[in-house]
Design a protein around this ligand. Structure first.
Ligand SMILES: *Cc1c(COP(=O)(O)O)cnc(C)c1O
Length: 381
C-alpha cells in the first residue's frame, strides 16, 4: 500500500503547458514574460498594488526587514507557534525575535500577548496566518498602530484566506507568500512579496538584484545587496496555478469537510477553527488531541505511519528549539506561552495533499480513531 501523503500539489496539463512555453520561449527579450504576468495577476488577486516574485518566502521576509531598516538592537515579535522561516530572517538582519503566544482557537498570534511583549525596541510584528487560518487582524492592527509598530504579514500558508472579506497577505506593510512544494499554490520552490508602498517596492527591487535599480547601467552596483530571483519556469508554473486558485482552494476546503464529517463524533479531537468572519483555507487539516485523552502525539504519529498515513507534528514552539536556546526571550517565552506549548505537545497535521480522495481521508480517519481507541484503552486499563 502506498503512503497517504501529508502534503503535495495538484498539477494539470495547464501547468505542464505553461512551463513548456517558458522553457521554450522565455529567453532573450522575453525572459521576464511569465514573471510580469504572474506578478500582475497575483497583486490583483490579493488586492495590493505591487507583487514581486522571489525564490522563497524566507527571502521575502528577509527583504521586508531590510527594506524597513530593521537591524541590530531592534526587536521583532513573532508567534511562538510557527515554522522557523517566520523568525530566522530576524536573525539574518541582526535583530532579536521575541516570541508571543497564540490564541487557543485560531492558533494564530494573540493580540494581548503581542501587546505584552512590546518594548521600546520593538519595530515590527510578523503575524502568521497559521495553517490557513487568520488571527484577529482588527485587534492586531489596532495594537500595532497604537505603538507605531509595522506589520509584515506571513501569509505563506494562507493564500486565498479571508478576514472580514479582505485577503490574507494584504494587512501589513508587506505580505509574504510561499510556493514551496507543500503549499496550496506551488512553484516547486518560490515566494512572493506584496505591498501597496511604492518606495518600499522600489527599494526591494533594488535589494534583491545586487543593489542596482531595474534598468540601471549594467554592472553598476551602488550597494552590496542580495540576489533573490525566481526563474521563468517557476513563474510559469505559478501563473498556471494561480489561474486555477479557486479550484485549489475548493479542494482544500472539501478535504477539511471530509475530515469534519468522519470525525464528527470524536470528542477527543479538536479540528481547525473557522470563525464566521474568516475564510479558513485549511492548508493543513490538524487535530489537537485532548490532554485528558492520555494520547501521546509522537506515539500516534508513529502508529499512523505504520498504517501508511503520513502525518506531521504541529510546530514545536520556536522558543523550545535548540536553535533559539541562547536567547533570553526564548527562555522567558517557554514559561509564558502555555497555548503554543499545549498545541506543540498535542497537535498533529493530518494528510492534506491536494490529490487526496475521499476514500483516503476515510481510511486515515478510521486509522486515527482505531489508534486513539487502542491508546485510550491502554491508559485506562
Ligand atoms: C513555508 C513557510 C515559510 C517559508 O517558506 P519558504 O518558501 O520555504 O521560504 C514561512 N512561513 C511559514 C508560516 C511557512 O509555512
Amino acid at each position: 500500500m502506498k503512503n497517504i501523503p501529508v502534503a503535495g500539489p495538484w498539477i494539470t496539463q495547464k501547468e505542464i503547458d505553461y512551463v513548456t512555453d517558458a522553457v521554450s520561449n522565455a529567453w532573450y527579450g522575453d525572459a521576464n514574460m511569465f514573471h510580469d504576468r504572474f506578478e500582475r495577476a497575483f497583486a490583483s488577486y490579493v488586492g495590493t498594488k505591487y507583487a514581486i516574485t522571489l525564490p522563497s518566502c524566507t527571502s521575502a521576509i528577509h527583504l521586508s526587514l531590510l527594506a524597513l531598516n530593521i537591524g541590530p538592537g531592534d526587536e521583532v515579535i513573532v508567534p511562538d507557534a510557527t515554522w522557523i522561516a517566520s523568525a530566522a530572517p530576524i536573525n539574518y538582519v541582526g535583530a532579536t525575535p521575541v516570541f508571543a503566544d497564540v490564541d487557543p482557537k485560531t492558533w494564530c498570534i494573540d493580540a494581548k500577548s503581542f501587546e505584552q511583549n512590546i518594548t521600546k525596541k520593538t519595530k515590527a510584528i510578523i503575524p502568521v496566518d497559521l495553517y490557513g487560518n487568520m488571527p484577529d487582524m482588527n485587534e492586531l492592527t489596532a495594537v500595532a498602530k497604537k505603538h507605531g509598530i509595522v506589520i509584515i504579514e506571513d501569509a505563506a500558508e494562507a493564500i486565498g484566506s479571508l478576514y472580514k472579506g479582505k485577503k490574507a497577505g494584504s494587512f501589513g506593510k508587506t505580505g509574504v507568500f510561499s510556493f514551496h512544494g507543500s503549499k496550496t499554490l506551488t512553484t516547486g520552490e518560490g515566494g512572493m512579496l506584496v505591498t501597496d508602498d511604492e518606495a518600499l517596492y522600489k527599494r526591494i527591487l533594488f535589494l534583491r538584484d545586487h543593489g542596482r535599480q531595474p534598468g540601471d547601467r549594467l554592472f553598476w552596483n551602488t550597494e552590496v545587496a542580495y540576489k533573490y530571483k525566481m526563474s521563468s519556469m517557476q513563474a510559469a508554473l505559478g501563473l498556471a496555478q494561480l489561474e486555477r486558485i479557486e479550484e485549489l482552494l475548493a479542494k482544500k476546503i472539501e478535504i477539511f469537510n471530509w475530515y469534519k464529517e468522519e470525525l464528527a463524533n470524536c470528542s477527543e479531537f479538536e479540528l481547525n477553527f473557522q470563525s464566521p468572519e474568516t475564510r479558513n483555507t485549511y492548508w493543513m487539516v490538524t487535530v489537537i488531541l485532548k490532554e485528558s485523552s492520555g494520547l501521546n502525539k509522537e506515539d500516534v504519529i508513529t502508529e499512523l505511519k505504520k498504517r501508511h498515513v503520513d502525518c506531521r507534528p504541529f510546530f514545536y514552539p520556536l522558543s523550545s528549539l535548540p536553535a533559539y536556546s541562547h536567547l533570553t526571550s526564548a527562555q522567558q517565552a517557554q514559561i509564558k506561552n502555555t497555548v503554543s506549548k499545549r498545541l506543540g505537545n498535542y497537535g498533529i497535521n493530518l494528510p492534506s495533499a491536494l490529490n487526496l480522495t475521499k476514500e483516503q481521508v476515510q481510511y486515515a480517519c478510521a486509522q486515527l480513531k482505531e489508534v486513539a481507541a487502542i491508546a485510550t484503552t491502554a491508559v485506562t486499563t
